[in-house]
Design a protein around this ligand. Structure first.
Ligand code: ZN
Length: 304
């Protein structure tokens, strides 16, 4: 075969493999192990570790509300055929314990070992804030747990999982350094991050931002008049230039805050779900970069 043709064939093959990794085929002759994750962010992280050796699929779809999700009979069928299920833990998936109770499939909590931040306010005060993946430092612990889980499942490919994990951890560290440097350019009086859900405690800790939110976790979701009043007061007191809301919930209560204050609506942040392939955050690394850019641009009046 001429060299150019060989190259074309190699490119076609790698495109095919990449396609398989993104949207796992359910072809009957595909005998790779099947790993399910509870949501799309974990799917992407796990797929980066798995490479082509494992089919990784998410139980919840893109854009779904993942805290109070109600599994369908189809989810249960799919899960009972899976070889492993990966969940975030820390109380993120309120539905998960019941979901796996009757399943004879192993599951692994990927947040095991992270330095947990407790929820500060409201009904969930004192419980772990479940959004630990919003710190790319924590996500490296997720990667270690996934490398171990996949190696137990498929020991023949353990060396590849370790190599993939190392490479992905290096990318996460690079994104972390990028975010810290970017957000470090914010002046002290613009370091408040006001969102709908209290999902940014970990990123705020890593990047030195002050976090304020309407509600602590999406399980409560309905912003109370007290929560809206508290947020308005915070925005006024701190002259916060912009407020934000997450992609999987309604921004209506935050628009009330915008109406009542001088703050602008700074944009949509992604936490609990990736976007579609042609959206702003098809991967977890995109999600981190996108959120940092939206925060920076919002808090600096669009100059960021
Ligand atoms: Zn959430």
């Amino acid at each position: 075969m001429p060299k150019s043709l060989r190259l074309a064939a190699a490119l076609a093959l790698s495109a095919l493999l990449a396609g398989c990794a993104g949207t796992p085929s359910s072809a009957p002759d595909d005998d790779r192990p099947v790993v399910l994750t509870t949501f799309t962010v974990l799917q992407d992280i796990a797929q980066n570790v798995a490479g082509e050796h494992v089919r990784v699929e998410s139980i919840t779809k893109i854009g779904a509300e993942i805290h109070g999700y109600e599994p369908t009979p189809g989810d249960i069928r799919r899960a009972s055929d899976a070889d492993l299920i990966l969940d975030n833990g820390l109380g993120l998936e309120a539905w998960f314990e019941r979901f796996v109770a009757d399943l004879d499939v192993p599951h692994v909590v990927v947040s095991d070992g992270v330095d947990v931040i407790p929820i500060a306010e409201d009904a969930y005060a004192g419980l772990a804030n479940p959004h630990a993946w919003m710190s790319p430092v924590n996500a490296q612990i997720y990667v270690d747990n996934i490398v171990r889980a996949l190696s137990d499942l498929d020991p023949e490919n353990a060396a590849d999982f370790a190599t993939n994990g190392d490479a992905y951890r290096a990318e996460l560290q690079a994104v972390n350094d990028e975010l810290v440097a970017e957000l470090d350019t914010l002046p002290a009086n613009e370091r408040a991050l006001v969102t709908c859900e209290g999902a940014f405690s970990y990123l705020a800790r890593d990047t030195g931002l002050t976090e304020q939110y309407l509600w602590a976790v999406n399980a409560e979701q309905q912003a109370t008049p007290q929560q809206i009043a508290r947020t308005i007061e915070f925005v006024d007191d701190n002259q916060v230039p912009a407020v934000f809301c997450e992609s999987t919930v309604s921004d209506k209560p935050m628009q009330q805050v915008v109406q009542a204050t001088d703050a602008a609506f700074g944009g949509v942040l992604y936490v609990d779900s990736l976007s579609e392939e042609d959206g702003p955050v098809p991967t977890y690394l995109d999600l981190l970069r996108h959120d940092a850019a939206v925060i920076l641009s919002g808090l600096t009046g669009g100059e960021g």
